[in-house]
Design a protein around this ligand. Structure first.
Ligand code: HAM
Length: 428
């Protein structure tokens, strides 16, 4: 039985090097894809005034906040999402920012959810948001970016789909049913819970919202292909050749309060896991956070790290690609075997200069048997070992994978190493 202090809190995670290396590879691929789409990286605080979420995110999220009162009697929340923060950042500088504003970020978020498969209490999100443009072109751009990011994770159209809808269709449905704003909000909440709670519970919610459950269900079943509201976005997506990745689906509305138009969620095709990513258009949020000082259209999404890592782990091709790159991240390049302690100073000098050049170099920190040093060199995945012995200025380089031995001079050593590393690294 482990002591209490030897465990993380429920829903929190430690990441040991192998797993962190896989995450790093994925995050670096994502940053490259986002940059290729014209997005720039930002960062923001992990804590915010609780008020920011109370007003902007909706009740469901507020019920999941980790919060505390600081010494200045301020109510503080660990951020459960980035969107209100990013809206505040854009609103504060909206006059000087070049439009469209396109930002991405990676960071930790906190929600007091019941820890379960795909859901933790601290998780990472890769957020991408665009401000200053609306319309199907901008919505398609965000959906295309989401697809590109999931493909960069090694997943294809057979592994995931982006389910897309537009809150406008439910707003219209609500208007036809004579609902006011609060009624429409209640209707959206009920539709969001569809399939996730017992049908009687959803029907009760629909009735409370002022909607006849049978009518709502009939509307839901109408084929999405015939919905005129989806046609412009569908065309934009088809032009980008991404039709295979997208499914229009009236049941997607999203739980967060601020969405105003197109909404989307990415799911695994097998339907076994929770949502991989979610987002949509939120045109009113900037005006809300800035009390009307700034009013820009906005759309964005976030991919969580938990579900996608599970999906990758269950996909041989995606997992192998991530594993191979992560392995390269962890492996060393050169191990300096100090066979004769009188040569230690020379080895250290070379280590310093190789490391300065970015070559991953290691050596024993205290005298050790030569066999042991070779063992360490192999275990750490080094490609080359350089033996510093009594033969100096003659030096032996060992190519560890092939056991090939190259004898060279102290003078030529550095050049030979670079040659060998360059050739094998394939331009790392
Ligand atoms: P969200 O749907 O609440 O949207 O979260 C987006 C993604 O974050 C989810 O699809 C999921 O992968 C991950 N996620 C959320 N909660 C958890 C959890 N407890 N454990 C693990 N993963 C989780 C938002 O957060 C919006 N702010 C996204 C957005 C950005 N909308 C516009 N811009």
């Amino acid at each position: 039985m482990l002591g209490r202090l030897m465990k993380t809190l429920p829903g929190f995670r430690d990441f040991y090097p192998e797993e962190q290396a896989r995450r790093r590879v994925l995050f670096d691929r994502w940053a490259a894809v986002a940059r290729a789409h014209g997005f720039a990286e930002i960062d923001a605080p992990t804590v915010e005034p609780l008020e920011l979420y109370r007003k902007k995110s909706g009740d469901e999220l507020v019920g999941q906040l980790f919060s505390f009162t600081d010494r200045g009697e301020r109510e503080i929340a660990l951020r459960p999402e980035l969107t209100p923060t990013v809206a505040r950042m854009v609103a504060a500088r909206h006059r000087e920012l070049r439009r469209p504003v396109r930002w991405f970020s990676l960071g930790s978020f906190f929600r007091l959810e019941r820890p379960q498969r795909g859901r933790t209490r601290e998780f990472c999100q890769f957020n991408c948001d665009m401000f200053g443009v609306s319309g199907p072109g901008a919505d398609a751009e965000m959906i295309a970016l989401l697809i590109a990011l999931l493909r960069a994770a090694g997943l294809g159209a057979e592994d995931f789909a982006v389910r897309v809808s537009d809150r406008a269709i439910w707003n219209d449905f609500g208007a036809r049913a004579g609902l006011d704003e609060a009624g429409v909000a209640a209707l959206l909440q009920a539709v969001d819970k569809l399939g996730r709670e017992p049908a009687e519970r959803t029907d009760a919610r629909l009735r409370e919202a002022g909607v006849n459950p049978a009518e709502a269900r009939a509307f839901l079943e109408e084929p999405a292909e015939e919905e005129p509201a989806f046609a412009p976005l569908r065309a934009e997506i088809a032009q980008r050749g991404l039709g295979d990745f997208v499914v229009f689906d009236r049941s997607v509305v999203r739980g967060l309060a601020y969405y105003t138009g197109v909404v989307f969620e990415a799911f695994d095709r097998k339907g076994e896991l929770r949502a991989i990513a979610g987002g949509g258009r939120y045109d009113g949020l900037l005006a809300k956070v800035s009390d009307g000082a700034a009013d820009l259209p906005a759309a964005g999404f976030a991919i969580g790290d938990v579900v996608i890592m599970e999906l990758i782990a269950g996909n041989a091709r995606a997992a192998a690609s991530l594993e191979a790159e992560a392995g390269r991240l962890l492996a060393g390049d050169v191990y300096l075997v100090i066979a004769d302690e009188t040569a230690r100073a020379r080895a250290l000098e070379l280590a310093t200069s190789l490391r300065a050049a970015g070559v991953r170099t290691d050596f024993p920190l205290r005298p050790e048997k030569v066999g042991r040093q070779f063992q360490t060199a192999e275990q750490s995945g080094c490609r080359l070992a350089v033996v510093f012995g009594a033969e100096w200025p003659e030096v032996r380089i060992k190519v560890l994978a092939t056991r090939e031995e190259i004898v060279t001079s102290a003078e030529a050593l550095r050049g030979r190493l670079e040659e060998l590393l360059g050739a094998r690294a394939g331009g790392r």
